[in-house]
Design a protein around this ligand. Structure first.
Ligand code: GLY
Length: 372
């Protein structure tokens, strides 16, 4: 059996461990117990995760002598709303938990972001723990303390940085994840190779099928490497004043596509990131920054595992190129009205471009829409 691995997020007084490995759910009570000021907690999850895994978490909490209640919310992006946030905070306040008690966020990115934000604000900041159940949440959203909900003005526009007390990533829980969701999360794994670790990308080129089909040791390695990369960046730039923005590789293009298509099944976040990442490489090559050969490798890798590399499938739902550029201006990463992109000088060599010419982006997007 693969050993449990631990990655530390070195944030001084707010440092915490990410526990990674198969079968960790049934050990989660034991892992969390030393972090609790008293043996009681509240689990927030969604209906899908509850049906598959809540019994296992409850059994583990029981075994560790931790009293618990559970709140089960509807699955899906619509749950990251003001309405659910208000209800969850009221429920947290009514639960009898105190400021120093820990709440458990048990689910994918929606549950992690919403629960983290409720914990960040209830009683001016309660503790919380992440038990992510999707690949995307295990390698990205559960680590680093970004929490929040959506606004009518856009995704994740209301939120707070609030670090969890620990993260428990049980790699075997991913066996019950729908294949499309797993692939979408895999796009974020690839991101870490492309932004700063060419050797990891080369390893993924050789091992992606194993990571996706469930070879436990390949999967745990990919998740550990991703968490190490993220932990390193977060430790250097917790509040995204600098290098943390590198984690947005593929996200400026991708978010515009998501916003244009509408958040939901037509285009999952990770699928938008896959297309957006290829676009970031293609755009970088057009600007003379990145070798064409690297663009071909990125595209070939996403194609080989079945992720989209262009806007063909969503073409009919997209506005024209100037409108897509206008959506990018709304991005919360835009600075002084300027478009901020993560571009690449090659595989593993991403950088933050703070003043990208909007005309050049619009011309590029015109080409992207035409080729679809
Ligand atoms: N998902 C990007 C970040 O956590 O900064």
């Amino acid at each position: 059996m693969t050993q449990q691995q631990i990655v530390n997020v070195a944030l001084g007084g707010r440092a915490y461990d990410i526990h990674i490995g198969p079968g960790l759910l049934r050990r989660s009570g034991e892992i969390i117990a030393p972090l609790l000021p008293r043996p009681r907690t509240l689990v927030v999850t969604d209906e899908n995760v509850a049906a598959l895994h809540l019994d296992a978490l409850r059994a583990s909490l029981d075994e560790a002598g931790i009293a618990h209640q559970a709140i089960v919310l509807p699955p899906g992006e619509a749950t990251k709303s003001f309405g659910h946030y208000r209800k969850l905070v009221e429920d947290l306040l009514a639960s009898g938990l105190e400021r120093s008690d820990l709440v458990i966020a048990f689910g994918g990115g929606v549950i992690g972001d919403l629960t983290g934000f409720a914990a960040a604000t209830a009683r001016r900041g309660m503790g919380f723990t992440q038990i992510p159940t999707t690949l995307l949440a295990q390698v990205d959203s559960s680590v680093g303390g970004k929490t929040g909900i959506n606004s009518a003005h856009g995704k994740n526009l209301i939120g707070a940085f609030h670090q969890p007390a620990c993260v428990i990533a049980d790699t075997s829980v991913l066996d019950t994840l729908p294949g499309r969701q797993l692939l979408a999360g895999y796009a974020e794994v690839v991101k870490y190779g492309l932004l700063g670790d060419a050797d990891f990308f080369a390893w993924l080129e050789d091992n992606a099928k194993d990571v996706i089909r469930g070879g436990q040791s390949a999967r745990a390695h990919a998740i550990r490497r991703s968490c190490e990369a993220k932990a390193d960046i977060v430790a250097r730039d917790e509040l995204e004043g600098g290098p943390r923005a590198l984690l947005n590789l593929g996200h400026t293009f991708g978010h515009a596509l998501e916003a244009a298509v509408g958040y939901g099944d037509a285009l999952l976040h990770g699928e938008a990131v896959a297309i957006g990442t290829v676009q970031a490489f293609r755009f970088s090559a057009l600007q003379g920054l990145c070798p064409e050969e690297d663009v071909r490798r990125v595209e070939a890798h996403f194609r080989a595992i079945g992720l989209p590399v262009d806007v063909r499938a969503i073409h009919n739902r997209l506005p024209n190129a100037p409108e897509l550029t206008a959506i990018m201006r709304q991005d919360k990463k835009a600075k002084g009205g300027k478009l901020v992109f993560v571009l690449a000088r090659g595989i593993g060599r991403a950088f933050i471009a703070n003043d990208v010419n909007a005309e050049a982006v619009t011309d590029f997007l015109r080409g992207e829409l035409e080729r679809a």
